[in-house]
Write a protein that binds this ligand. Structure first.
Ligand SMILES: [Ca+2]
Length: 149
């Protein structure tokens, strides 16, 4: 009996971890948006392409509320590409998802700092216990968040 219970428990954990947002990749529905969160390390351009392949685009975060709803589903040890970049004009942060200025920015203290001289893309990273934004080189390999609708 104990062995059966133990097997069920192990199976349950396997199922949970596969469906878990903290796994390798996951589909997620929060509020009215559907997301695809991936820990596949990609540069910003690859991440953009992968989201397009899925019929979506790199996430266009619209508000603090959206970020707070999404944050519990992100892995604290990983960073994620967003659609935000200033590739067109330095200092003008545009969402690749819409072509318009980013509707919501949540910079970490001291950011954006263009510390490498070519930091044109924006990541979401865990800073002081909440996910915040940082500019860094688009060639860095990070996870990414797609928005599917
Ligand atoms: Ca930076």
């Amino acid at each position: 009996m104990f062995k059966v219970l133990l097997s069920c428990l192990i199976l349950w954990n396997v199922l949970l971890s596969e469906g878990s947002p903290l796994g390798y990749q996951s589909l997620l529905e929060v509020g009215e948006k559907r997301y695809y969160i991936s820990l596949t390390e990609s540069n910003w351009f690859e991440a953009t392409n992968r989201c397009r392949q899925k019929g979506g685009f790199l996430v266009n975060l619209e508000s603090k509320e959206e970020l707070e709803l999404l944050s519990p589903h992100l892995h604290p040890a990983h960073s994620y590409w967003l659609s935000i970049n200033d590739l067109g004009a330095r200092g003008v942060y545009v969402s690749e998802a819409t072509g318009l200025e980013a509707p919501f920015l949540n910079w970490s203290t001291g950011q954006p700092d263009n510390s490498n001289g070519d930091d044109r893309c924006v990541e979401l990273w865990l800073s002081t216990r909440s996910f915040q934004m940082n500019d860094l080189s688009c060639q860095n390999s990070l996870g990414f968040i797609c928005q599917l609708n």
